[in-house]
Design a protein around this ligand. Structure first.
Ligand code: HBI
Ligand code: NLE
Ligand code: FE
Length: 423
């Protein structure tokens, strides 16, 4: 009855080293069902047979069997340490009971239609060369498209992301004078607006980034130092990426508290606006928020909901991500402030979103998830969160309404995803 491992790691290089279940001590939560003819002491004998294998039972339920009078079905969950142990339970019960079936073992019972998802941090290595358009090859209308020097420079920088592997320090980049000047222009413009437009969490963290990670108008900070700072704050880390990932891959990374970050900078001809992520957007928009514990929890919640989700649900979650992490605004006292990175890294839109012109609606995930939005111009609608904690609770509640037959939990000690019983 047990289904094949559909969503397991396709990475042979790491598979042998980290074969979960058989060599690790992580318990394999298993469920078994068996029937017994009613007679005194039979259940005791069945349980004793399991006890003799030194296996811990975690749940037991009985119900009258539907087929024969006075038969009973028993549902037992136990924590085995290997798939061999699961088989030995079946063997021990067979002489005592009828119809012994394994209903499921955590980790190998996902429905066959489940899209692949990363189970361990190293699985994120498989995303590296799957970037969408505007990644390595620039679009024709991109300001850098016809500039061969810019193109060559981007290719050089994205090479780092292409070959990056989990656990490596992020390679430093020697930015050019021109690149640092572009950064300086963006930095100086935005920092004049933050006091009146950025949420208080962003404002709290910003000086710490100046102190700890060399944020300032002179030079682009290095991702490696920023990643180590974030790790200390919330466990979030940065991972270099060549460009836009699919929504699925990008959101899956958040489940591990990993934020995929570009390392190149926008074209110098248009410092104050770009439709695509660049190092200004990541460092000035996203990073300060990922240093906040409630925001980190909120972001990971979206990531966890995306693991193994259907394409339709990925679309909904990406839309929620869009209207929160990218373009979210929130109520703070009697003011409304920006916390979305797409706002905090864009001088024009940061001003516009709080100008009273666009429509503001309350943050209700089911409604947000269905909202259409433009990606290359200012948003006509923004959603106002009451707090990151409130938004997280709402997203968690929303996630239970998605059609995924299992739930997941992140184990920070092993940096891996645990599959919980069917919901
Ligand atoms: N990829 N590298 C990268 N950075 C993003 O911010 C990003 C992405 N892919 C999709 C995406 N953002 C969102 O617009 C949602 O689709 C999740
Ligand atoms: N428009 C933003 C900026 O100019 O910084 C980037 C948004 C990336 C989604
Ligand atoms: Fe972004």
């Amino acid at each position: 009855m047990s289904a094949p491992a559909v969503a397991s790691t396709p990475s042979p290089a790491h598979g042998t080293l980290h074969k979960c279940g058989d060599i690790s001590a992580t318990p394999l939560k298993s469920s078994i069902v068996f029937s017994i003819n009613d007679r005194i002491g039979i259940l005791d004998e069945c349980l004793a047979a399991i006890k003799a294998l030194s296996i811990n039972l975690t749940r037991i339920e009985s119900r009258p069997s539907k087929t024969d009078d006075w038969d009973y079905d028993f549902f037992v969950d136990f924590a085995a340490t290997s798939s061999d142990q699961v088989a030995s339970v079946v063997k021990a019960l067979e002489p005592l009971a009828k119809q012994v079936h394994i209903v499921g073992t955590a980790g190998d019972t996902l429905p066959e239609s489940t899209p692949w998802f990363p189970r361990k941090m190293v699985d994120l290595d498989t995303f590296a060369d799957k970037v969408l358009e505007m990644g390595e090859e620039l679009d024709a209308d991109h300001p850098g498209a016809k500039d061969p020097v810019y193109r060559a420079r981007r290719a050089e920088i994205t090479k780092i992301a292409k070959t990056y592997k989990t656990g490596m320090p992020i390679p430093h980049i020697e930015y050019t004078k021109e690149e640092n000047e572009t950064w300086g222009a963006v930095f100086n413009k935005l920092t004049t607006m933050f006091p009146s437009h950025a949420c208080r969490e962003h404002q709290y963290v910003f000086p710490l980034l100046v102190q700890n990670c060399h944020y300032g108008p002179e030079a682009i900070p290095q991702l490696d130092s920023v990643s180590r700072f974030l790790k200390d704050c919330t466990g979030f880390t940065l991972r270099p990426v060549m460009g836009l990932l699919t929504s699925r891959d990008f959101l899956n990374g958040l489940a591990f508290r990993v934020f995929h970050s570009t390392q190149y900078i926008r074209h110098h001809s248009r410092p104050l606006y770009t439709p695509e992520p660049d190092v200004c957007h990541e460092l000035l928009g996203h990073v300060p928020l990922f240093a906040n514990p409630d925001f980190a929890d909120f972001s990971q919640e979206i990531g966890l909901a995306s693991l193994g989700a259907s394409d339709e649900d990925i679309e909904r979650l990406a839309t929620i991500y869009w209207f929160t992490v990218e373009f979210g605004i929130c109520r703070q006292g009697d003011k409304i402030r920006a916390y979305g990175a797409g706002l905090l890294s864009s001088f024009g839109e940061l001003e516009y979103c709080l100008s009273g012109k666009p429509e503001l609606r309350p943050f209700e995930p089911a409604k947000v998830a269905a909202q259409k939005y433009p990606i290359t111009e200012y948003q006509p609608v923004y959603f106002v969160a009451e707090s990151f904690k409130d938004a997280q609770m709402r997203v968690r509640e929303f996630a239970t309404s998605l059609d995924r037959p299992f739930s997941v939990r992140y184990n920070a000690y092993t940096e891996s995803i645990e599959i919980l019983d069917s919901k």
